[in-house]
Ligand binder design. Structure first.
Ligand code: N2P
Length: 371
């Protein structure tokens, strides 16, 4: 919570957030604790109206302070939030059955896997009129071409947050993450596809490689890198460490990088060449959701123009909501790397479902981590 307070007190983005900030953050923490002890059942299985509850399973640090309180105010539906730290963990939770979650936030390739594994249900678009706000770039994407199962939540890139004051301006490549000069002061994401992806990009291959030889080379790159690393960190772990000077370089998601940049001018964020990842996180409803009607209401709420703008103005990720774009904070749009020139946007790769090769990706990452 301290970060939220720090961010609020710095004032740069204060206008966009309002006083609900602190209370909202506290609420989501209390709700997250509750989630672990209370029953998550009790939905509409009898066909009657749903109880006024919604179980939201999200990445950490991924709602604005006002996002959930404004939904509860509008609908009377109480939201319980719980957190996952990778797409693979999210899938495992759903496959174990009966998660009790109503809305989940998988990334692009994971939506394709979830459709195939039948763990998510089709959306009823008549209940989501705000779907019209989604920009053309974020509808009809290959993982769900008719948006039958998913609507976008936020998008961003994955790159390198580093201390420019300490190590100087870096070239836009992945090489620094393998540079022995930075031994012990580098972290990679604890994320199968992103971290194998970085090795594949460094080698000049695609993040969606299925050639066993390319994957073996990526494995060797990661084995070479491992002794240099402080660790493989969950999605939001590296940011505070780079920010306070404890780490020199972190492999991070862009929103975390922009939060750090806006608070510490010694830092820089780079989206390396020849390629890096551009991802779209989406909202889906699990097949077994106890409150599907409330889930549709929640997705519609997120796609409201004002709610979408507040979300990005707080998380510092990009918005797929075209109607929200005019309300995105100017200071955020000006941060280096936030507004992508068209040619950079096109050059970035999108992680796809690699089908049977998925197991090989998982095998390699497990092997690297346990070696
Ligand atoms: C939120 C990180 C979400 C980005 N903290 C991963 N796609």
């Amino acid at each position: 919570m301290q970060r939220r307070d720090t961010r609020i007190s710095r004032g740069r983005f204060l206008k966009a957030m309002g006083a609900a900030g602190v209370a909202g953050s506290t609420l989501s923490v209390l709700s997250a604790c509750q989630m672990n002890t209370s029953s998550t059942g009790g939905g509409s299985s009898g066909g009657g109206p749903e109880e006024k509850k919604l179980n939201f399973y999200n990445w950490s640090d991924y709602v604005a302070a006002s996002t959930i309180p404004s939904f509860t105010e509008k609908t009377g539906i109480e939201v319980t939030q719980d957190f996952f730290s990778s797409n693979e963990d999210l899938l495992a939770k759903l496959q174990a059955g009966g998660s009790g979650y109503d809305v989940i936030v998988p990334s692009d390739y994971m939506v394709a896997i979830m459709i195939k594994s039948k763990v998510i249900q089709k959306l009823d678009k008549s209940k989501i009129p705000n779907a019209k706000n989604v920009s053309a770039d974020y509808r009809g994407l290959s993982f769900d071409p008719k948006n039958q199962y998913s609507l976008p939540y936020q998008w961003g890139t994955t790159g390198i947050l580093y201390n420019r004051k300490e190590i100087g301006q870096l070239d836009a490549t992945w090489d620094a993450m393998w540079d022995p000069r930075f031994e012990g002061e580098v972290s990679m994401l604890n994320d199968t596809r992103e971290t194998l992806g970085a090795a594949l990009y460094k080698l000049g291959y695609s993040v969606n490689a299925t050639d066993p030889e390319q994957l073996a080379e990526a494995n060797a790159e990661l084995q070479k890198q491992k002794p240099l690393l402080r660790g493989y960190f969950d999605s939001t772990e590296a940011r505070p460490l780079v920010q306070n000077g404890d780490l020199l370089l972190g492999h991070v998601f862009s929103g975390d990088a922009f939060v750090a940049l806006s608070e510490n001018e010694d830092l820089d964020y780079l989206v390396p060449q020849p390629a890096a990842t551009r991802w779209t996180d989406t909202m889906c409803i699990p097949a077994t959701a106890p409150h599907p009607d409330n889930a549709h209401k929640f997705i519609n709420h997120i796609l409201d123009a004002n709610v979408g703008a507040k979300l990005s103005n707080y998380t510092y990720y990009n918005s797929p909501n075209g109607a929200a774009l005019p309300m995105i904070d100017g200071a955020l749009k000006d941060l280096p790397g936030y507004t992508l020139p068209r040619e950079v946007f096109e050059r970035l790769e999108v992680i796809e479902d690699t089908g049977e090769t998925t197991r090989e990706y998982e095998r390699i990452f497990t092997e690297v981590k346990s070696s």
